[in-house]
Write a protein that binds this ligand. Structure first.
Ligand code: NAI
Length: 333
């Protein structure tokens, strides 16, 4: 029995994500919350002949509390998306407060739920959720995740494209580490399950790295003011949610990159900091999942000099983004 909750369920990501969760037999209850339209989205989804019982709430009459009661996994795509010319950090002013409010609800009503943060800027919103949970005395570093799966999905798709074989796309895996914006997105192309040709170096390599780091901009530009990635994000968010649920159900060997807190007692966090060469509090790394959440934060392993340079370039921005999130919660206390 798994109750999944989507906060921001009526939005561009929220609706298709809720559809994918409703379509899965892994979910037996689906709680939808938004400040608009959730009863309609819930009524619509509730006619689909799959096991999950669907309910949708708005803020009045303790809607957030009702949605979160009994939640096992909470996915947060609430907040404003980018328009052309905006970076993810430009969203901070609005989304920080939204995420803080929702995190307070989760910390109060469902403190043991797995929390999957999609709202941008992920590098700052995850620290906000963690600080709120700390304030409520319910923080468990194993259960709070920044969703960076879309970077992995993009990297895998672009590599399959270069290999000239789209049929391979579902099997290609490229670990993407660091954070989730611009230069903090670090694809480890040398560890691709399907290696790139040996002459894929120089400008070609740089162009692919750039495309993975700024792939979101392609969508923002093409949507021309109507938002950012929603459908590919819903796909990626659902993929990650299913991994968390399968691990909760006891399936072994599930590993996925995610932006997590590198707490000293979470196995692997300290070793990873040494590998990165910086005392960062958060990093996106391949994480092994189990019934209680993070089992182990895996090391980066063997990486090339070019990848080392990308990590060095990511650290200053990442560190700044993390501090921005932490400082926001301190200020609003
Ligand atoms: P959207 O504007 O279409 O939907 C956002 C939804 O959040 C709206 O329905 C809105 O009513 C709702 N909302 C606003 N305040 C709320 C509150 N206090 N409580 C509950 N719901 C609230 O935006 P979209 O395209 O769905 O994007 C959502 C977020 O996801 C953005 O911050 C975007 O930057 C981020 N995103 C993250 C990605 C990732 O890889 N992690 C990729 C793409 C987008």
């Amino acid at each position: 029995m798994v109750k999944a909750v989507v906060l921001g369920a009526a939005g561009g990501i929220g609706q298709p994500l809720s559809l994918l969760l409703k379509n899965s037999h892994l979910v037996t209850e689906l709680g939808l919350y938004d400040i608009v339209n959730t009863p309609g989205v819930a009524a619509d989804l509730s006619h689909i002949a799959t096991p999950a019982k669907v309910e949708g709430y708005l803020p009045p009459d303790d809607g957030l509390k009702k949605t979160l009661t009994g939640a096992d996994i909470v996915v947060i795509p609430a907040g404003v998306p980018r328009k052309p010319g905006m970076t993810r950090d430009d969203l901070f002013k609005i989304n920080a407060g939204i995420v803080e409010g929702l995190a307070t609800g989760i910390a109060t009503v469902a403190p043991k739920a797995f929390v999957l943060v999609i709202s941008n800027p992920v590098n700052s919103t995850v620290p906000i959720v963690v600080e709120v949970f700390k304030k409520h005395g319910v923080f468990n570093p194993k259960r709070i995740f920044g969703v960076t799966t879309l970077d992995v999905v993009r990297a895998s798709t672009f590599v399959a494209e270069i290999l000239g074989d789209f049929k391979k796309a579902p099997d290609v895996t490229v670990p993407v580490v660091g954070g989730h914006s611009g230069v903090t997105i670090v694809p480890l192309l040398s560890q691709s399950s399907h290696p790139l040709p040996s002459d894929f170096t120089g400008d070609k390599y740089d162009a692919l790295v750039h495309r993975i780091q700024f792939g979101g901009d392609e969508v923002v530009k093409a949507k021309d003011g109507a938002g950012s990635a929603t459908l590919s994000m819903a796909y990626a968010g659902a993929e990650f949610a299913f991994k968390v649920i399968k691990a909760k159900n006891g399936e072994k060997g599930i590993i996925a990159p995610s932006f997590v807190h590198l707490t000293a007692d979470a196995a692997g966090g300290e070793a990873l900091k040494k590998e990165i060469g910086a005392d960062l509090e958060y990093f996106s790394a391949p994480v092994e999942l189990g019934p209680e959440g993070v089992v182990k934060i895996n090391p980066l392993g063997k990486i090339t000099d070019a990848e080392k340079k990308l990590i060095e370039a990511a650290v200053p921005d990442l560190s700044k983004n993390i501090q921005t999130g932490i400082a926001f919660t301190k200020k609003s206390n």
